[in-house]
Design a protein around this ligand. Structure first.
Ligand code: ACM
Length: 371
């Protein structure tokens, strides 16, 4: 006789960010299957309830409440955009439940009811900015989607540029569903002001419009590359292959790690994951379910306070390497890596930390001690 543990799974299958959230949904489903094989020996089984919030923050909020009140879930795996997370967190806190959030984000947040498994700024934007400044220069053009994550990330990038004596050459925000026509005027401006690189905080399907318009305008990545934290293998996969090579992304994980893995534990995933492009958000969505399963066994119940007690400080082998939940801030110690995009849709890793980097979500220190 098994005890069923209901959980909510809240990733968009439609709308502006479905291209990346579908990969998180895929990883969550795969990981629940793997976790249930382990949990069976303990008489437990995770029972997922899936909802499609359609990339709409209001649906994220109402569906998270529905999952808690109608399906009695104590734990939700979900959210890509920071606006969706900020819509779910008040609901999670009201009912004292737990959200596992598998996405890089802008930091400057702590909820005791959230486990943050993506990178925060000291683990991605600092390494990327320093790398780009040293390779290409310090004059930067900012292009983002119009919501909280791009504004907050650009605030950090502006601090970095100012601190290193560079200049912000332009700053523009476009709607989440912006298409090619919306990006064209920006490239006329970029041709005129000649920045050293573009920092993109564009997310979702719009990303392909940015890179394709850039290529159509005749720019060359070796003189004016695009640097980003949100252009992963999933976004490269929907671009014209001619537009996607030789740009830069910082992330804890790239799919090339899995494909080239010598770790026997993860090799089977490379075969299982032909359906979606594996990327940093896929990876954190995968390992956070494994963290939950381990916590469930150790805590022996699904109560939020009991789970948090064992989750804080917990370590696990993830596809990126061994990661750990910081006991003070609920964020993860993850690797810092920089990838250069390839025409085949992968990233070649050009720089990486020797070990995981401590999460510093409030950027108390900009130093990269682990590199
Ligand atoms: C994001 O909105 N956290 C990418």
């Amino acid at each position: 006789m098994k005890t069923l543990i209901p959980v909510g799974v809240l990733f968009s299958q439609t709308g502006a960010t479905a291209v990346i959230e579908k990969t998180q949904l895929h990883a969550t489903t795969l990981a629940i299957h793997a976790a249930n094989l382990q949990l069976a020996a303990h008489g437990l089984e995770i029972q997922p309830f899936y909802m499609d919030p359609q990339s709409d923050p209001f649906l994220f909020s109402s569906m998270s409440e529905q999952l808690i009140t109608e399906h009695a879930v104590n734990v939700i795996f979900g959210c890509y955009t920071s606006i969706s997370r900020k819509s779910v967190v008040p609901v999670i806190e009201k009912y004292n439940k737990l959200l596992f959030y598998p996405t890089l984000y802008e930091g400057f947040e702590f909820s005791p009811n959230v486990i943050y498994t993506g990178a925060c700024p000291n683990q991605n934007i600092i390494i990327l900015a320093e790398f780009m400044f040293s390779m290409f220069g310090k004059n930067v053009y900012l292009i983002g989607s119009d919501y909280v994550y791009p504004y907050e990330s650009n605030r950090i990038m502006k601090d970095m540029v100012n601190g290193f004596g560079g200049q912000i050459m332009g700053e523009h925000y476009l709607s989440l569903d912006a298409a090619h026509a919306a990006f064209r005027p920006l490239f006329a401006d970029i041709a005129a002001c000649k920045p050293d690189f573009i920092f993109s905080t564009v997310v979702g399907a719009s990303t392909s419009a940015l890179y394709e318009t850039y290529a159509q305008a005749g720019f060359q990545p070796h003189t004016l590359p695009i640097a980003s934290l949100t252009t992963s293998e999933a976004e490269l996969a929907i671009m014209n292959p001619a537009a996607r090579a030789d740009h830069y992304t910082a992330a804890p994980f790239f799919a090339s790690l899995l494909k080239n893995s010598t770790l026997p534990d993860w090799q089977h995933l490379a075969d299982l994951t032909k359906e979606v492009p594996v990327n940093q958000c896929w990876e954190s969505a995968y390992f956070q379910v494994m963290l939950f399963a381990k916590a469930l066994i150790e805590a022996d119940n699904v109560n939020t306070d009991s789970l948090l007690k064992v989750l804080r400080g917990m370590e696990i082998d993830a596809p990126q390497g061994r990661i750990r939940i910081d006991p003070d801030n609920n964020h993860c110690w993850v690797y810092s890596r920089i990838g250069r995009s390839c025409a085949n849709g992968d990233f070649e890793i050009v720089k990486e930390s020797k070990r995981t980097v401590r999460p510093d979500p409030y950027l108390m220190s900009y130093a990269i001690s682990a590199l």
